[in-house]
Structures are given as C-alpha cells and as structure tokens.
Design a protein around this ligand. Structure first.
Ligand code: GDP
Length: 460
C-alpha cells in the first residue's frame, strides 16, 4: 500500500513556469488542428492489426521498405498476410506469441487532423488493459468481421465484442465508428453490410442506449485497403472512407470542445512511471487544463508534491524509437511525460494516480458513493463480497458496503441502485461525475465478468 506522507505544516511553495512564453500564441497553434484519440476494439482476428498497418502504410507513415521487410519475414514463416499486422506488433516476443497484448499508442497526422490510435487487446484475459486503453480515447473504433459466421460468433452472447463495447460505452465513449471489415470475403455485398448494420444498431441502441446518429458504419477491407484511405468503388455506399469518417469525427469534436477548456484545473492520470536517482518520469494523457515546466504539482493519493522540470511529448511512430520532444506547454488531450523533481516519496507514485497543481490536490478516499447499473449476472452481488472496481486506468479490489433504500442485502441483474463502495487495499484519488465526466465513472467486474457500471456521486 501507499505510505501516508507527513507533510510539513508549512505548505510547499507553489512554483511558477520557468520560461516566459506567449501562452495564447502556443495555444492558438495547438488548437488550430482537430485532434482525436480513438481506441480500436474488436474480436480476436477481426483484423485490427491489419487495419492499423494498412492505415499507416496508406498514409505513408510507414514506408514500403519497412513493409517489404516485414512481408519477407512473414513469408518466411508462412504467414504472408501478417505483414501489415506486424507494423503495429513491433516487438519480437509479441510476434512470437502472435497476440497484441499491451496497449499500443500510435500517432499520425493527415492534412486535416492529428490522430492517436490506441490498439486495445482483444483477448478476454486482457480486459483490464483494454479498459486502460479505452479510457484514454475520445471515440471507439469497433472492428467487426463481415465474413460468413464470423460476425455472428463474435457477437454472440459470449462474445468479447459485446463486453468491450459495453465497457467503452459505460466509460463515457458515446460516439462510435464501426468498420465492417473483410468485406472482400463477402464480395462487398450490400445485403451483408446492411444485415450487420441492422443487427448492431439494434443492440447498440436498445441495449446500450447509444444515440443512433452517433454511430457511423463503414464497409472496408483492411487487407486490400478498400475504403480505408483509398476509396472502394461501390454503387450502394457513398458516406466516405474510414479515414474521411474519422476526420469528420475529429472535426466535430474540435467544433464542440469549448475554446477555453485549457483553463480548467490541470489533471493528468498516470499511465507509466520511471524512477531514476533524483527525478521521476510520469507519463499519461492530460485529462484537463494545461501545465508548463517549472510549475509545482501534487500526486494523489500520496499527497506528495514536486516540481515539473521538463515536459516531453510522447510520439510513438511505428518503426522509430520513442522520440521525446521538449515542450514549453502541454494541454488537455496530449500524451506527455513529465520529468518531476523533488518528490519526497517517488516510490509511492503508482499507475492510475492523479496529478494536479500543488495548490489543488485531488482528494483520495477508501469509500465512495456510486450510482450503478448491474448487467446480467450469474449470481447476485452480495453486500460484503469482493469485486474489482475500475476507474479510468485503476483497478482495485472493493466491496459493496451499503445499498441505499433497500432492505435486500444484494443486487440482482439489470438493476439501478445508489450504493456505497469500500476499497479494500488502498485509497484512490476520486473525482465525482459532476467534477469530471470521464474520471467520475466506474466499471465493476467479478470473476472475469463485467457485472456493472456507473458514476461516482460522492466521495465519502
Ligand atoms: P486481430 O487479431 O484483430 O489484430 O487480426 P489480424 O489483423 O491479425 O487479422 C487476422 C486475420 O484476418 C489475418 O489472417 C489477416 O490477414 C486477416 N484479415 C485481416 N483483415 C482482412 C481483410 O480485410 N480481408 C481478409 N480477407 N482478411 C483479413
């Protein structure tokens, strides 16, 4: 657990940015281009990796020499069609296991927009990583396999696709792009496409309360490239390639984002930590506000205070080592690394902790009140029985300690309730849904099943 930190009675000094910069000018540049982060989810073998490789190749982010090399390597082990997928799965041991395990972030630009693609693992045992990945996305890109029977089996009741999309929706991702993939195997038939659109729409709207106008469907083939970046000639479809649809979504988000959102409180959730002798490298996505080198920060729940010495933008381009670019200012939405000095207990910084300005530390708690909805459960959830609580990229053991206004000592399937949740091991930093519509959300899992989701109403 986290050791409680005894802070000196006198508050640590709040420090100012090191360098005088023209903030409004920098902001102008940053805000001039739409940016969108999207989480790619889908059943194993639906073609996520192939599609990601196709996007990067067709956008010329990966050159033909790299693809040629990967093609040769994949041919040599008799899996020629895997070359595109390997653009994403760069590391050797992932390749040997043939599964995309870790979350992989990749940034790329088109003329119109800046994108961060988050590849979320599809295997059931990697749902925690999937939750971590999707919690950093603005939009979900769902890949479904249009192949005969493949769609039906992945979307059957036991399919992971259902669980993934349910989680994404409950973490607040209310916009969805569905790539109906492998249309080449269905001879690009309109009937097949529409059948999938109808079935999915019914599930998404009826069961998950998606607004119909917030779902876009695109028929594509990641393998041939049809309708990904290059247009596929189809007499029955004219609503844009996948890239055009994503650009339109980025544009829409850009127009809806408030122009002064960087004036919100600075909050960043921690995704990765590297500790060296005097400083700590903290990586994550800026959830809100802005920060500059020289400013002092607090980490919750430890309460420790430090000073941001340097800021790097994390650019992960396939084939190239992680390039670190020095920044004078970073704002909401950016994926960054803060080099922090003067933390007294650097070992107490954990993935999932929240960073804020030192003069407005985020409250940490062992007890929260949540409004939750349960899903279909095999067994009722009893008061006192343990489950795993997910919040953004934290997952911690927890128990139900009270169900308000009910005599019953358990929750059954498909119920709404106001409950008190006790954390078992350590406090976590908490924001209510009213304070932050993303960080104020929770997902409940038990025995490897997602059993419910909801919002944080009160920190107790
Ligand atoms: P992932 O597990 O979702 O990442 O799926 P992969 O990208 O590894 O693809 C799984 C298999 O489907 C591989 O054999 C791919 O070559 C194949 N595949 C992917 N996209 C397409 C497509 O658009 N058309 C066809 N025919 N096959 C595809």
């Amino acid at each position: 657990g986290v050791k409680a930190l005894k802070l000196d009675s006198k508050k640590p000094a709040v420090t100012k940015p090191k360098k005088k910069i023209d903030v409004s000018k920098e902001l102008g540049v940053k805000l001039s281009k739409p940016s969108l982060s999207f989480g790619v989810i889908g059943h194993v073998d639906s073609g996520k990796s192939t599609l990601a490789g196709r996007l990067l190749y067709d956008l010329k982010i990966v050159d033909s020499k790299t693809l040629h090399k990967l093609t040769k390597e994949s041919e040599s082990i008799g899996k020629a069609s895997f070359a595109l997928a390997w653009i994403m799965d760069q590391t050797k041991d992932e390749r040997e296991r043939g599964v995309t395990v870790d979350i992989c972030q990749t940034q790329f630009k088109t003329e119109k927009s800046l994108f961060t693609m988050i590849d979320c693992p599809g295997h059931k045992s990697f749902i925690p990583q999937m939750i971590n990945g999707i919690s950093q996305a603005d939009l979900t890109l769902l890949i479904v396999d249009a192949g005969k029977n493949a769609f039906e089996s992945s979307f059957g009741l036991s399919g992971q696709t259902r669980e993934q999309i349910t989680i994404a929706r409950n973490l607040g991702l209310d916009r969805l792009v569905v790539a109906v993939n492998k249309m080449d195997t269905a001879d690009w038939q309109q009937d097949r496409f529409e059948q999938i659109v109808d079935e999915l729409t019914q599930f998404l709207v009826d069961d998950l309360a998606f607004a119909k106008e917030k779902i876009r469907f695109v028929p594509i083939s990641g393998l041939s490239g049809g309708n990904v970046v290059a247009k596929q000639k189809l007499s029955w479809y004219s609503k844009g390639t996948l890239m055009e649809v994503l650009e339109a979504e980025a544009e829409l988000k850009h127009s809806e984002d408030s122009a002064d959102r960087f004036n919100d409180e600075f909050i960043m959730s921690i995704n990765d930590i590297e500790t060296s002798s005097d400083d700590v490298l903290i990586s994550g996505r800026v959830n809100s506000g802005k920060i500059q080198p020289g400013e002092s920060i607090a980490v919750s729940p430890s309460g420790d205070v430090g000073v941001v010495d340097k800021i790097f933008a994390n650019i992960e381009s396939p084939g190239a080592p992680k390039a670190k670019q020095d920044r004078d200012l970073v704002i909401v939405g950016e994926f960054v690394t803060l080099k922090v000095k003067n933390l007294s207990l650097p070992d107490n910084v954990k993935v999932g902790d929240l960073v804020s300005r030192s003069n407005s530390p985020i409250q940490a708690s062992m007890k929260i009140k949540c409004k939750i909805t349960t899903f279909k459960m095999n067994l009722p959830l009893l008061l006192g029985s343990q489950f795993i609580l997910f919040r953004n990229n934290i997952s911690v053991p927890a128990t139900l300690s009270n169900i308000e206004g009910r005599k019953k000592k358990h929750l059954g399937s498909n119920q709404d309730a106001l409950v008190e949740i006790d954390l078992v091991e350590r406090p976590i930093p908490v924001l209510t849904y009213a304070q932050d519509s993303k960080l104020g959300r929770v997902v409940l899992r038990k025995n490897g099943e997602t059993i419910g989701a909801g919002t944080v109403e009160e920190v107790l």
